[in-house]
Design a protein around this ligand. Structure first.
Ligand code: PAP
Length: 349
């Protein structure tokens, strides 16, 4: 079949773009994908072909506004949690708790990715952004590495804020593997799910979705040191340990600090409760709705720190720790490096 017809395009310029894209793909290193099609190494990170075309469009087309808030993560680092919190903080004056948008919408829907559409792969970026709530700030998200963000986002003349959430690599691997296995067993899959051994091997080689894990994290960490007013670096484990202080940091960074009165009235605690794993997981919308081929319920598995210990063998954990050590030790990342190698399972808060 003609490649233009195969992807459902209807104009000659779209057809040219597709042919250019097919040519580009031929030049990129390729790896086995985790769930669907193969992954390609583009600008130093691994990405599925179908998403890559949207990423390139986004890099060219996305125009950040000065008031935008962009949430950045690697898949399975706590994206859904961060989306819920940032949305609830930024729009706290617009929604009363009993009728809050988060009670009837999956957080992924309220905070769209700039580079992919989780509803349908065909929808245009402009259409997608025009369907956002008409309030400021726009709360958006991305899995793109810092160096690959659209120029308007990182430009020194743009005041938009970035929040990066990082999770320890062993839990990120285990969570990603579970999620991909669920997708694989859906009707869209064309192969057997990856074994955990295969997933571990790909992850350690850097070939995780949007990986390598360490380079992704370091890009944002360095940016957070160079431009702290622009980039806030958060950690899933710290959020689990002390959510209140992390939520306050988040609110300040995105320009919506809590007042003393709000704190005294329990507004911070209400937001934390609304966005808690237990609350979101048990909402009807998050139990029954679907986004593309993914059931929303798969965004809520265990939500704890240290679950890796139940899946990785001591050898697998040691190998991943060793890679983490090699990748991070020359970059002055002592805290994460230490905790990434020794974190213990802890109870969900
Ligand atoms: P994404 O990057 O594909 O959007 P993301 O939300 O990061 O997904 O991944 C889901 C993980 O966040 C799951 O982790 P687990 O597999 O180790 O359990 C999920 O349970 C966890 N998660 C989702 N919501 C919350 C929440 N409110 N609090 C804490 N963890 C959460």
């Amino acid at each position: 079949m003609d490649s233009c017809l195969a992807v459902g395009t209807n104009s000659s310029s779209q057809c040219d773009e597709n042919q250019e894209f097919q040519e580009l793909l031929k030049t990129l290193p390729k790896e086995k994908g985790w769930a669907f099609d193969e992954a390609y190494l583009y600008q130093g990170f691994w990405i599925r072909a179908q998403i890559l075309q949207q990423i390139i469009l986004c890099q060219h087309q996305f125009q950040a506004r000065h008031t935008d808030v962009l949430l950045a993560t690697q898949p399975k680092s706590g994206t859904t949690w961060l989306k819920a919190l940032a949305f609830a903080i930024a729009h706290r004056k617009r929604y009363a708790l009993p009728t809050h948008a988060l009670l009837t919408n999956n957080p992924q829907k309220l905070v769209p990715f700039i580079e992919v559409n989780q509803e349908t792969h065909q929808q245009d970026l402009a259409d997608r952004l025009s369907s956002l709530p008409p309030f400021s700030p726009r709360v958006l998200s991305t899995h793109l590495p810092y160096a690959s963000l659209p120029e308007s986002v990182t430009s020194i003349t743009n005041d938009c804020r970035i929040v990066y959430l990082c999770r320890n690599p062993k839990d990120t691997l285990v969570s990603t593997w579970h999620f991909m296995s669920k997708i694989k067993s859906s009707e869209a899959a064309y192969e057997e799910p990856l074994s955990l051994e295969e997933a571990h091997e790909l992850f350690c080689r850097g070939a995780s979705p949007y990986g390598p894990f360490w380079e992704h994290m370091l890009g944002y960490w360095k940016a957070s040191l160079e431009r702290p007013e622009k980039v806030l670096f958060l950690r899933y484990e710290e959020m689990k340990k002390d959510i209140k202080s992390q939520v306050k940091r988040l609110a300040e960074h995105i320009g919506c600090p809590f007042t003393i009165e709000e704190e005294n009235e329990g507004v911070v605690d209400d937001i934390i409760k609304l966005c808690s794993f237990e609350n979101l997981k048990n909402l009807e919308v998050n139990k029954s709705e679907k986004m593309l081929v993914v059931d929303c319920k798969y965004f809520f598995r265990k939500g704890i720190v240290g679950d890796w210990v139940n899946y990785l063998t001591p050898q697998m954990a040691e190998q991943l720790d060793q890679v983490t050590k090699e990748k991070l030790q020359d970059h002055g990342f002592p805290i994460l490096f230490k905790e990434a190698t020794i974190d213990e399972p802890s109870e969900s808060i």
